[in-house]
Design a binder for this molecule. Structure first.
Ligand SMILES: Nc1ncnc2c1ncn2[C@@H]1O[C@H](COP(=O)(O)OP(=O)(O)OP(=O)(O)O)[C@@H](O)[C@H]1O
Ligand SMILES: [Mg+2]
Length: 370
């Protein structure tokens, strides 16, 4: 799938703009503060109803504008297209429309427009809290396994009930047992989906990484959130007093993690910043492969500041992989010359110059087709 049109109004410093991007490679270049990341943020808003830069959406709305609005025409693999729109005003009201119909859940946007973001914060996937890696994992599982969302919602409800009982003792013993049973059932289901996904992700990740980087002994493994020798019911029963003292459930899929180790070390502790960036790229590209196999439609990649941290050889290797993905990619950079070379003759590459919030397509003798 790809965005054939994007219209943006009221996002950061961007002047209202309508773009017709290439279905493949799009390069946005311009000076610091010109608005490149803001365009990626607008696309992210359209796919996920949230920003990747700020938790609140008010800072995204242009100063002196009442709202920000993004429209996109998405071309689907079955040759149909779909019109997505999102608008958010200063009072916090969010309106989402798909083909003219109001939609309440952002999950429908995410389902239509699967996005993968690679930006200078991406190394946090390795060194940050397990929650980030669970989000990464669950994004993939959500897109390849449609039963995942229901199981995840049941898990959240059972966890809320059990935790509330642990804190306030407001459930009787029979109700506690029932919620623990529900918790264990939903947990086993989620663990099964995650495990199946990891089994497919691992070889895809290893293949992708090999094309990007040489690191000996890098291992990806999955921790399900509780002792692998015992069932969750056993673990919950054994840890009841401790859970009660702490006021929440210690074990379960809400504690799952992906572990990346080089030998006996945490990858984040031994890899350089550039190597970490490439490992994260390999994870995200591998995930893109799996999602596109499952949905027959590709993800759209947003790669903010692609050249940063990378030497020429690794930059070219990453571009080659993104190109081989055969999907739509939006890349930002300050200096366009470093990304002009290296694309295949047949790959449609469009370049856009971003200047003080104005975005204009670049035609002409840049060495790259407009
Ligand atoms: N709500 C807002 N309204 C208007 N302008 C804003 C708003 N929020 C941020 N800005 C400005 O928008 C500009 C664009 O920032 P953006 O991060 O998109 O630039 P960039 O081209 O990605 O720069 P860099 O190369 O430094 O990453 C900045 O100058 C910033 O000060
Ligand atoms: Mg930027």
């Amino acid at each position: 799938m790809s965005l054939s049109r994007i219209s943006v109004t009221g996002v950061r410093n961007l002047h209202p703009v309508t773009l017709a991007p290439s279905p493949r490679i799009n390069i946005l270049f311009g000076d610091n503060g010109s608005g490149k990341t803001s365009l990626l943020e607008a696309i992210h808003l359209l796919g996920l109803a949230r920003s990747f830069r700020s938790v609140r959406l008010n800072p995204v709305i242009s100063h002196e504008q009442p709202a920000c609005t993004v429209f996109g025409q998405v071309e689907l693999p079955d040759e149909h297209s779909r019109a997505l729109g999102i608008s958010r005003d200063r009072s916090g009201e969010v309106r989402i429309r798909i083909d003219g119909q109001s939609v309440r859940s952002a999950a429908e946007l995410a389902d239509t427009l699967p996005l993968q973001l690679i930006n200078p914060d991406s190394f946090r996937l390795l060194e940050g809290a397990p929650r980030l890696r669970r989000q990464f994992l669950d994004w993939g599982v959500f897109h390849v396994e449609h039963r995942f969302l229901g199981a995840w919602q049941r898990l959240q409800q059972a966890l809320r009930q059990r935790n509330s009982w642990l804190r306030h003792g407001t459930l009787d013993g029979a109700s506690e047992a029932a919620w623990s049973r529900e918790l264990a059932l939903a947990s086993d289901e989620i663990d099964g989906y995650r495990r199946a996904y990891i089994q497919a992700l691992k070889p895809a990740f290893e293949r992708t990484l090999e094309a990007l980087l040489e690191v000996d002994g890098l291992q990806l493994s999955y921790y399900r959130g509780w002792d692998k020798e015992r069932s969750l019911s056993e673990v919950l029963a054994a840890s009841l007093e401790r859970d009660r003292a702490l006021g929440h459930t210690q074990s379960g899929p809400q504690r799952a993690d992906l572990r990346l180790r080089v030998g006996s070390h945490n990858a984040a502790e031994v890899l350089s910043r550039g190597q970490q960036k490439l490992v994260v790229c390999a994870l995200r590209i591998a995930q893109g492969h799996l999602v596109s196999e499952a949905k027959r439609g590709q993800c759209i990649y947003l790669v903010d500041d692609l050249p940063s941290e990378l030497d020429e050889q690794h930059r070219l290797a990453l571009c080659r992989l993104l190109e081989q993905l055969d999907c739509q990619v939006f890349i930002t950079c300050v200096d366009s010359t470093v990304l002009q070379e290296g694309w295949c003759e047949q790959t449609p590459v469009s370049m856009f110059h971003v200047e003080h919030g104005h975005i204009s397509p670049v035609h002409g003798p840049s060495g790259v087709k407009a």
